[in-house]
Design a binder for this molecule. Structure first.
Ligand code: UFG
Length: 340
């Protein structure tokens, strides 16, 4: 069965392709390589023995999108990862984020409609909850104001799909990721930050390896147990497998409605300082870090109630925070070896 994966050379996309292929799916990968490298395809091949079919196009180009999808009308579904994802950058360049994340979604949905692709899985984010009133957040927790344009594009994306689902026969799943970290245990794929890393864990590993001089912890005066922000860090392979399960859920017609939402987190809130401590423990490295001011657009704390995904998708996290930090460190070492 053929699945189209947009943003497939990206971080979560590439891990999901591996999981899909290892579960018998044939994968067609689409990416514009704006924030990823073609190397991911070789990494996938090293793990699975097969290189997925690859289309190098920008989904903001509707003609190119239709051209590619028309050649894969037999696909059982589309998993749509392609998007920009840096909170800080989105605050500085909001139009870039609205344009890229919303236009590409509109084009891919237009293609779903045009070519009758039956199933659609969307990469959403825990950032849609904003500064939530209750923790852990469930899928029913009321969404607050988006704290960044990035988060807003995910709220808008969910709304667009919700309205689309009211009038189209395709089936839809929105997956709200918490903070994906780590790399495939083989160390053949992982996150490849282009330019300066934006997210905490690649920043930590790049500091430890000497690419970055020092990590700044963005604020230690939040109302949390140690003053730093709290997130739900989840191994990227656990997130990846949830996509295979979500697709199978749709294919087996186990969905209760034609749009369903699932939180993908571990259920555990971890502070920035605790992540650093876990890294130091598994790597044996002392991390050079300092405390700096708060970062615009950050929420104070967010972590998941993941009961729904466990019960309905039969999903369970396999990896611990330490596993994830060790795999992130091994990947950083591997990137140096590969010259990435
Ligand atoms: N942080 C630092 N220093 C850094 C980088 C991050 O202290 O150099 C802190 C942040 O302030 C935050 C935590 O580490 O408290 C995590 O920050 P990330 O940038 O790694 O991730 P976010 O929580 O901002 O999450 C965002 C989106 C998610 C998305 C995730 C990964 O909200 O949807 O980035 O792209 F999954």
């Amino acid at each position: 069965m053929k699945v189209i994966v947009t943003g497939g050379t990206g971080y979560i996309g590439s891990h999901t392709i591996v999981d899909l292929m290892q579960n018998g799916f044939e994968v067609v990968c689409i990416d514009n390589l704006m924030r990823s490298k073609e190397y991911a395809l070789s990494g996938i091949e090293k793990i699975t023995g097969t290189k997925p079919v690859f289309h190098y196009i920008d989904l903001c180009n509707k003609d190119a999108t239709f051209d590619v999808i028309s050649g894969h009308k037999d696909a059982v579904g589309i998993i749509h990862f392609a998007a920009l994802k840096s909170v800080g950058e989105s605050v500085e360049q909001p139009l870039l984020y609205y344009h890229n994340n919303v236009d590409s979604l509109l084009n891919i949905l237009a293609a779903v409609k045009e070519f009758d692709i039956p199933n659609f899985v969307f990469s959403s984010s825990c950032s849609v909850y904003g500064n939530a009133d209750e923790l852990p957040v469930t899928e029913h927790t009321l969404m607050q104001k988006a704290e960044s344009p990035y988060a807003h594009t995910k709220q808008i994306g969910e709304d667009i799909i919700r309205n689309f689902s009211k009038v189209h026969s395709s089936q839809h799943i929105l997956l709200r990721y918490f903070n994906p970290i780590g790399a495939h245990p083989s160390s053949f794929i992982g996150e490849i930050p282009i330019d300066k890393p934006n997210n905490l864990v690649p920043y930590i590993t790049q500091t430890a390896i000497g690419k970055m001089q020092q990590l700044t912890v963005f604020g230690d005066d939040y109302e949390t147990r140690d003053g730093s922000c709290i997130r739900d860090y989840i191994h990227v392979c656990d997130i990846a497998h949830a996509h295979t399960l979500a697709l199978q859920h749709l294919l087996h017609k186990e969905n209760e409605s034609n749009i369903e939402v699932f939180n993908l987190g571990t259920g555990m809130g971890v502070s920035v300082l605790e992540v650093i401590e876990a890294f130091e423990k598994v790597s044996g490295q002392k991390l050079n870090y300092t405390i700096g001011p708060r970062r615009a657009g950050d929420v104070v704390a967010v972590y998941a109630d993941n009961t729904k995904a466990e019960v309905r998708l039969g999903w369970k996290c396999q990896y611990s925070l330490e596993d994830a930090m060790l795999s992130a460190w091994n990947w950083e070492l591997k990137m140096r070896e590969l010259g990435l």
